[in-house]
Design a protein. Structure first.
Length: 644
């Protein structure tokens, strides 16, 4: 077993959502917490940030001792992000670090996270649970919808797609995990296609036993054959939130967010708490604002609010509307507002509290330019300057979509619809994807070289990540500081190597006017997001040309105060089409400078490959290992003999 490493993670990391309640501590290292990965992108913030990874660092990942450790076979594609728990006490088996994996065959596995030993057969499988779904088989996406959105190769199974979420808040053991529940949604159907089901399950992480389940059925127009549970689940306010979009935009689907109570003991019962439809007045051939975000889920601010992007579709909001004062356009018989192509904030009862809708709604709807193809990043509160009176604490989020635009918004005032000067966008900052819209200046566009008339594609089918650059995250830190935001769009065009090429781009997030860095404009009175520049005023990017669907980066650092970090990128552009089964590629970069990768999985004479790629998957990095889900396999990387 790889020795567990823990560092002094401050208590306020738990307060801001970077460390889950119930995560145990290491008694041999002063009671410092272990890392627990219980949700997509490490935390409800969806920051993609692990500040407790001292084993694998910039200085040693390129040492030659980092390599593929072992693989575990599974029964189908792994679309959901693997989740990690340390020191789990499994009755009758032992205490293990555990990696939990869900597949499109409606199976959940608990593997030994350190090697392929242990369990009943000493093969590293600690338990495996086949969800007791109501249908005989997983949903067949091809037969039901003539769609291969999730499973591009036979079998065209859609079972567990959205990343589950784990609740360990009931765990009272100091140094181990003795209680925990994983919440997961499975899709299934009758063998003859006569019935379809979407069900939420709760499973004991220590045994694999199912605590409870409920069929998801919030309204008469909710069709389990047409609804796609692709986005990650969110645990907040002692409830589980489940988002829905579509399968290839086929049929009479709708965008939904549904919440349920926790069900975490034998014999417990689920009940629906609230449900919200994104575009209830959508009619005719309009799509209906799905919540899918390339696999990301709603982001939480550790309070009562959630934030997410919606896909293209019906939109009926009057110009000038904002906050809770949404007003549908009069004269068309609308009763409710339709929030397609918007960033939406809802409270724990799923009542809309705020929204932002770009002013080019008609363009997005007509060209399938989903704003919600990318996930929302909630940035921890920091000292800065809103440019509004003397309010100094800024609460920011970052989000981008298919059109390639990157938006910086104030979480307390997202921006509404056409509330800026002259009916423009009312967000804090906006980096337009099409450089032509910025006068052709490539230094101002997210999608450099993009040409809408030539058919070149550009945009974000991914989510941003964030790094605090070693600055204190404590609310007592009253000194404004810079941080980095990383995005992995497809088709940024930096390399000049043709269509659909892109790199990971580093942006500097400025909480206010210039604070000791030339990239921050002193002319602005509020927060800014600007391109990071390296020597010679070059834009800071990775050297590798990455293609569709782009990259959702992951950042790991030894501690909160570390000024060095790694950026991990999983290139899934070779996800299988037809009979092709091409490999994914894993890259590690210096998060400070990017450029050339420090390490990648193409080395070791091809022996490091993580197996066939799955679209939109992201790696999980925990306790010195990197876990990558693929087609029928989980691949694990780490240091040789635990020493880098």
């Amino acid at each position: 077993m790889l020795p567990l490493v823990a560092i002094a993670v401050p208590a306020y990391c738990q307060d801001i959502g970077l460390q889950p309640t119930g995560c145990p501590t290491n008694p041999t290292q002063g009671g410092a917490p272990f890392v627990c990965v219980t949700t997509y992108m490490y935390s409800p913030l969806r920051a993609g940030l692990n500040l407790n990874e001292p084993t694998v660092t910039v200085s040693n990942v390129a040492s030659g001792n980092f390599l593929l450790q072992f693989k575990q076979a599974v029964d189908d594609k792994i679309y959901a992000e693997p989740l990690y728990l340390p020191q789990v006490v499994l009755p009758g088996i032992g205490t293990y670090n555990v990696i939990l994996v869900a597949t499109e065959n409606n199976s959940v596995y608990a593997f030994n996270a350190d090697d392929n030993t242990g369990g009943a057969n000493n093969d590293g499988v600690l338990w495996k649970t086949a969800l007791p779904v109501s249908g005989a088989i997983p949903l067949d996406e091809m037969t039901g919808d003539n769609c291969v959105n999730i499973s591009q190769t036979s079998p065209y199974n859609v079972g567990i797609t959205g990343t589950p979420v784990i609740d360990i808040s009931q765990n009272s053991a100091a140094n181990t995990i003795t209680k925990g529940t994983i919440y997961v949604v499975g899709a299934s159907q009758a063998a003859d296609g006569s019935a379809y089901y979407l069900q939420l399950f709760s499973v004991d992480v220590t045994t694999g036993n199912v605590f409870g389940s409920i069929e998801i059925d919030p309204a008469s127009n909710f069709n389990p054959r047409l609804e796609n549970q692709r986005g990650a689940l969110l645990l907040q306010n002692s409830e589980v939130y489940v988002p829905f979009g579509s399968h290839c935009d086929n049929g009479g689907w709708a965008g939904w967010l549904v919440s349920y109570n926790l069900c975490n003991f034998t014999g417990c019962s689920f009940s629906e708490q609230n449900a919200w439809e994104t575009a209830p007045d959508a009619v005719g051939g309009y799509n209906k604002g799905g919540i899918w975000q390339a696999g990301n889920g709603p982001a939480g601010d550790t309070g009562s609010r959630m934030f997410f992007g919606t896909a293209n579709g019906a939109f009926n909001i009057k110009a000038g509307s904002s906050g809770t004062s949404c007003a549908p356009i009069s004269g068309y018989g609308y009763d409710d507002c339709d929030y397609s192509d918007s960033i939406v904030s809802v409270d724990n009862t799923l009542k809309v509290q705020d929204f932002f809708s770009p002013s080019d709604q008609n363009v997005r709807t007509n060209h399938d330019f989903d704003l919600g193809s990318g996930g929302v990043l909630v940035v921890p509160n920091m000292e800065g300057n809103k440019g509004i009176g003397n309010q100094t604490t800024v609460s920011l989020l970052v989000q981008g979509g298919k059109e390639g635009d990157l938006f910086l918004a104030d979480r307390t005032n997202l921006g509404g619809f056409e509330t800026g000067n002259g009916g423009t966008d009312g967000v804090l900052g906006e980096i337009l994807g099409n450089a032509q819209l910025n006068g052709g200046d490539p230094s101002k566009g997210l999608c450099f070289g993009y040409n809408s008339t030539s058919g070149n594609e550009c945009g974000m089918w991914s989510s941003p990540a964030w790094w605090n650059l070693g600055n204190s995250l404590s609310s007592s830190n009253t000194t404004p500081y810079l941080s980095y935001v990383y995005v992995g769009p497809m088709g940024s065009g930096y390399t000049g190597t043709g269509d659909k090429k892109g790199e990971i781009i580093q942006y500097t997030l400025c909480p206010g006017p210039a604070i000791g860095n030339s990239v921050c404009s002193s002319a602005s009175s509020g927060p800014q997001i600007v391109l990071s520049l390296s020597s010679g005023a070059l834009v800071t990017t990775t050297d590798d040309a990455l293609t569709f669907p782009g990259i959702t980066p992951v950042i790991t650092a030894a501690s909160e105060t570390s000024t060095s970090a790694l950026l991990w990128a999983l290139d899934n552009s070779e996800y299988p089409e037809g009979t092709n089964m091409n490999f994914a590629e894993l890259f590690a970069y210096d998060a400070g400078s990017l450029g050339k990768s420090l390490w990648n999985s193409t080395g070791n004479n091809g022996q490091n490959n993580p197996g066939p790629a799955v679209k939109f998957t992201v790696p999980t990095v925990a306790n010195g290992r990197v876990y990558v889900g693929g087609v029928g396999v989980l691949t694990v990387y780490g240091c040789r003999s635990g020493v880098c």
